[in-house]
Design a binder for this molecule. Sequence first.
Ligand SMILES: Nc1ncnc2c1ncn2[C@@H]1O[C@H](COP(=O)(O)OP(=O)(O)O)[C@@H](O)[C@H]1O
Ligand SMILES: O=c1ccn([C@@H]2O[C@H](COP(=O)(O)OP(=O)(O)O)[C@@H](O)[C@H]2O)c(=O)[nH]1
Ligand SMILES: [Mg+2]
Length: 215
Amino acid sequence: MWKRAISPSTLLSSPKSSFLNQANGLGVLNLFGLMLSGGPGSGKGTQCVKIVETFGFTHFSAGDLLRREISSNSENGAVILDTIKEGRIVPSEVTVKLIQRAIESSENYKFLIDGFPRSEENRIAFEQIMGVEPNIVLFFDCPEEEMVKRVLSRNQGRVDDNLDTIKKRLKVFAALNLPVINYYSEKGKVHKINAVGTEDEIFEQVHPVFAAYDV
Ligand SMILES: Nc1ncnc2c1ncn2[C@@H]1O[C@H](COP(=O)(O)OP(=O)(O)O)[C@@H](O)[C@H]1O
Ligand SMILES: O=c1ccn([C@@H]2O[C@H](COP(=O)(O)OP(=O)(O)O)[C@@H](O)[C@H]2O)c(=O)[nH]1
Ligand SMILES: [Mg+2]
């Protein structure tokens, strides 16, 4: 379980007080974290919309947070844009800080972190900075040719939705994703989803994962 330390004044006024863990008398709030992993175009973002609607999670897409940094002309914007165009991974501390800011400014206690961690280095940086781990990891398993087809017809005007970048992204994914999945698998946190099928068919696999958790 994720826990967030909060001040006593926040505690008293918090709408989330029913999630207080008062065992140590410190005012600690329990958070519930879900991470979604899967290659480009495997359908993570699409299923997040359904999870938000059905289970009331707050959705943070690491890619969207990075794209927002580019459009807000932040000091890191140029480096992030270049990295995304090349299909590489943005330095961990940049992404983790954006996720941290998003979580800390949210009133919800249930989070979906979509498209992160993309490497062991990402994972370790997240755990060091945040001091928490996800409760559940959903891994979207999708053949490369299906991912390519979906990305090339995504039509959202993204700078990385082209054949050249997608090829690079698939190589990065193949090289860096497995250790992350192995790490969380050993902790019994990974639920593998067959990402081929209609959106509803895929959600039929996602839905029961939540049954075992009181969220
Ligand atoms: N089950 C599916 N079957 C076919 N196309 C899908 C499916 N799920 C998502 N898509 C489409 O594929 C593209 C990539 O989906 P998206 O959710 O953005 O994937 P990701 O976030 O993993 O990159 C989008 O255009 C989306 O509408
Ligand atoms: O934790 C992250 C998430 C995304 N990205 C960058 O942002 C791009 C797009 O990520 P997004 O999750 O939006 O892509 P999707 O998998 O949804 O196609 C990736 O290729 C990376 O270059 C990154 O560096 N770190
Ligand atoms: Mg996405």
